[in-house]
Design a protein. Structure first.
Length: 358
């Protein structure tokens, strides 16, 4: 089977991209017999496994509704589909879907993307791939596509690193925070507003506890680094904040595993990858109470308002109550067993093959 995938730049720099990358990477891993053609808006560094037959094509597609985007959808893509024998197309954003002569799937990760829809475009799709039960319910409310054409791929792939030892964690804290405990944030969608919220929350925590704790912000890419550094330069506790980006995966997970707690200030309605990454390392998490996060209330410390005081209050609870931290860390790690990511991707593969047979 030959599968085409539209994977633009955001695919490697956002939480939507990270979720979809994991799904497609796993699909490739269990399907070495399949061929994959990736169409990128411009050259980017792919993070996919080398399993299977993979081809990359960088084509300037242009902005939505531009003549170049229309050319890509109506001229270039149909020719590429025919030339390469592509049998199914998978899109990662609704506005990329176009009329093609083969079955088309949309991997939908963020509820906000539903606002990009129009009914005609939705009717061009054979099926949806969604990453949370909330998204599946949101689609059902639209009454535009049968439930049987929505496949849920929930959860994330296991961390492919050995659990660090106590000595490893101790050495990591010594290296990055002088041995002091620290909160960590690894959100994909941190911008100036969310970073200020994080800093103000940390300020309240520091003022009330008079602690020497640190805050470590690990950015997924460098795009926001300069802007956030400028904000940090005028921050009272800037010497207790570490801002890093583009860390090697081994270093990233070593720091994450050494954190006392993870804080997520993201309000995106999508599967909380950053939070569940921490659970692999038995690190608890504080997160905003979104509709998606509320599904995991038993294993998260949820914050009801997107304001500094509620976040600082939860940080203080963790500071004072080691038993609470250990309990949530254990619950979070145990909760991961609920997700059978490999099985769900196998079901996706079955649906793709059935589509081909029809």
């Amino acid at each position: 089977m030959v599968i085409g995938i539209c994977a633009n730049e955001y695919f490697s720099t956002s939480v939507e991209g990270e979720i979809n990358r994991m799904i497609i990477d796993e699909l490739k891993s269990i399907s070495p017999e399949m061929e994959f053609y990736f169409f990128a808006d411009k050259v980017f560094a792919p993070k996919f496994s080398k399993v299977g037959h993979t081809h990359f094509s960088a084509v300037k597609q242009g902005e939505k509704r531009s003549w170049r985007r229309k050319w890509f959808q109506t001229v270039y893509l149909p020719k590429a589909i025919k030339k390469n024998g592509i049998e199914v197309m998978i899109y990662l954003r609704p506005d990329e879907v176009s009329r093609q002569a083969i079955p088309q799937f949309l991997a939908l990760s963020d509820a906000a993307l539903l606002s990009l829809w129009d009914t005609k475009r939705m009717n061009l799709l054979k099926a949806f791939i969604v990453t949370s039960s909330y998204l599946k319910a949101a689609l059902a409310q639209l009454n535009l596509i049968p439930d049987k054409n929505v496949i849920l791929v929930e959860g994330i792939k296991g961390i492919e690193f050995d659990a660090p030892s106590f000595d490893d964690k101790y050495a990591t804290k010594e290296a990055y925070t002088g041995g002091k405990p620290f909160f960590a944030c690894t959100d994909f969608d941190v911008d100036a507003e969310k970073f200020v919220l994080l800093l103000k929350s940390f300020s309240l925590f520091k003022q009330r506890q008079q602690s020497n704790w640190y805050l470590v912000m690990m950015l997924r890419n460098k795009k926001k680094q300069n802007e956030l550094n400028d904000l940090l330069s005028n921050y009272k506790y800037r010497t207790d904040v570490k801002l890093m980006s583009n860390l090697h995966p081994t270093e990233f997970h070593l720091i994450l595993a050494s954190a006392y707690c993870v804080i997520s200030v993201s309000d995106a309605e999508m599967f909380p990858v950053s939070v569940f990454e921490s659970f692999f390392h038995q690190v608890p998490a504080i997160a905003l109470n979104t509709k998606t996060n509320s599904e995991y209330a038993d294993v998260l410390k949820l914050v009801e308002q997107k304001k500094p005081a509620p976040f600082a209050e939860e940080m203080m609870f963790f500071y004072k109550d080691e038993a609470l931290r250990e309990d949530l860390a254990t619950k979070g790690n145990d909760f991961l067993t609920k997700f059978d990511f490999e099985k769900q991707v196998s079901e996706l593969k079955t649906m793709l093959l059935q589509t081909k047979q029809r």
